[in-house]
Design a protein around this ligand. Structure first.
Ligand SMILES: [Zn+2]
Length: 492
């Protein structure tokens, strides 16, 4: 038996002005056998595909895989490029394969498409015909509806955010395909949508009541006969699409069992909608920085300031406030600014500099912060992730600088990387625990490492494109006449 494996991943913030280009995807592109070899042993969806197929003696042909993290809508050119390569690659071997495994995000948008993930699956279906299995692994933040299910046979998503189970998700998908191929028994998949949206910051699966709902989704298959797998997808509220929001997907032996499981959990999500949307945990900029400065004097561990509305790692709202207030010691890891990084690297280690950094990705990013200080590190930085999310994955930051601006340590990267573990300290010989205040921009992934490391996590809402208050966003495609929090209608 033999399967084709391909992937394309982008989490789109549709409101950002500069689209994600082909070049952005190409930085992480793998092609042919490198798709298999490059993912083997990684905690990624395709890593899970490879692990199960190799254990089960299933042959694999890698087509292409690419990703651009979380960024603006893709250009149509980039989407067409990868969609064509995936389809052409599968078409060339379709007589030799028994199934297709795809790794997609689910919350990609392009400049003109609102559900390109479903579009890829539809095009692949056209290539392989109606009977060949297509099984898809997806991000927990995917926005899904019936459309993708018209073309895919089964969908599997991460159970957790932070996404510590990406590899296991790929393995769940691959085990489903293997079971189908070996038994000849086709799985049936159903979806239900509670019409609820939450900001990413509240999609963390260790927050109740979401934690309990996720536990229930994982436990369901062991208590319901014929039910194989259930995923709660939180959706991604900054991708503007008709299907943005929560969904529940269930895979079972028969349609009724799958639909019942999906409907049950969907109703519970709708019922819990007020508790899922934790407005009272969000602080304003001044309030958050005030509290961090006050409490960091006596705290035994770092106070974390979360600039969660930043989608591209260049927001300067909190950094500027810390500078303005003369914060004595703080860390602002992985601020994205290629120009500032180049300038600092050119000045070199030990140089005294005055550099404008960050705040450029949109008119909501805060404008540049002036950093007056000393360059402590200057050079090209590439390393492998040591934290639990994406462990082993290569991180290429490009030319990178660390500047000490009167006690506020800012690392500036050429590529936009979100700091989610302590690599952003250890790569420079620093310890996170030594900083009374740490500014991060992660939504949920940081929690695996920083929840135990930090004294407290202060969620600060800044005016950037990922705010906690979704009603401030200029949606064009989200059905705001139907979905919570735009309307608040309990459903029976
Ligand atoms: Zn995600």
């Amino acid at each position: 038996m033999h399967v084709a494996i391909a992937g394309l991943m982008l989490e789109s913030v549709s409101f950002l002005p500069d689209p994600t280009t082909l070049a952005d995807f190409q930085r992480e592109e793998l092609s042919g056998q490198a798709v298999i070899d490059g993912h083997r042993g990684t905690n990624r969806i395709i890593g899970g595909f490879v692990e199960v197929c190799e254990a089960e003696g299933i042959g694999m042909t890698g087509i292409v895989s690419a990703g651009a993290g979380a960024a603006a809508s893709a250009t149509d050119e980039a989407f067409d490029h990868y969609c064509t390569r995936i389809c052409d690659g599968i078409a060339a071997i379709k007589d030799r394969i028994d199934g297709v495994l795809l790794s997609l995000h689910g919350a990609m948008t392009t400049v003109t498409r609102t559900d390109p993930d479903a579009d890829i699956v539809r095009e692949v279906r056209k290539v392989v015909g109606p009977d060949m299995p297509i099984v898809v692994g997806l991000d927990y933040h995917g926005n899904l509806d019936e459309e993708i299910l018209r073309h895919a046979d089964a969908l599997f998503g991460y159970h957790y955010s932070p996404h510590t189970d990406m590899g296991e998700t790929g393995a769940r998908a691959a085990r489903c395909l293997v079971r189908w191929l070996k038994t000849g028994k086709k799985p049936v998949t159903a979806i239900a949508r509670p019409e609820v949206m939450v900001p990413s910051i509240f999609s963390a699966t260790n927050l109740e009541p979401l934690a309990g709902l996720v536990r229930e989704s994982i436990a369901m298959p062991s208590t319901v006969p014929g039910l194989h797998d259930v995923t709660i997808f939180a959706g991604f509220s900054y991708a503007d699409a008709p299907n943005t929001g929560f969904s529940v997907v269930a895979v079972a032996d028969d349609k009724a069992t799958a639909q019942q499981a999906a409907d049950d959990l969907s109703l519970k999500i709708n019922y819990e909608r007020h508790q899922l949307y934790k407005r009272n945990l969000v602080m304003g900029l001044k309030q958050g920085v005030d509290e961090a400065l006050r409490r960091s004097n006596s705290a035994r561990k770092p106070i974390l300031l979360l600039e969660h509305a930043d989608r591209l790692n260049d927001s300067t709202h909190i950094l500027k406030e810390l500078i303005r207030r003369g914060a004595p010691k703080a860390a602002v890891p992985f601020l994205w600014d290629p120009k500032a990084a180049a300038e600092a690297v050119a000045a070199g280690k030990g140089a005294t500099v005055s550099i404008d950094a960050g705040g450029f990705s949109s008119d909501r990013a805060g404008g540049p912060a002036r950093l007056n200080g000393k360059v402590l590190f200057a050079g090209d930085l590439t390393y492998r992730t040591t934290g639990p999310v994406g462990r082993g994955a290569e991180q290429r930051l490009g030319p990178t600088a660390l500047i000490d601006a009167n006690g506020i340590l800012v690392s500036i990267t050429t590529r936009p990387i979100t700091a989610i573990d302590t690599d952003c300290f250890t790569q420079f010989g620093l310890k996170a625990e030594d900083f009374p205040i740490i500014v991060l921009r992660s939504k949920t992934h940081f929690r695996a490492v920083y929840q135990p490391l930090a004294e407290d996590i202060l969620i600060v809402d800044t005016p950037d494109w990922g705010p906690a208050d979704l009603t401030t966003l200029p949606y064009r495609h989200v059905p705001t006449d139907r979905v919570y929090p735009f309307v608040d209608r309990g459903r029976p």
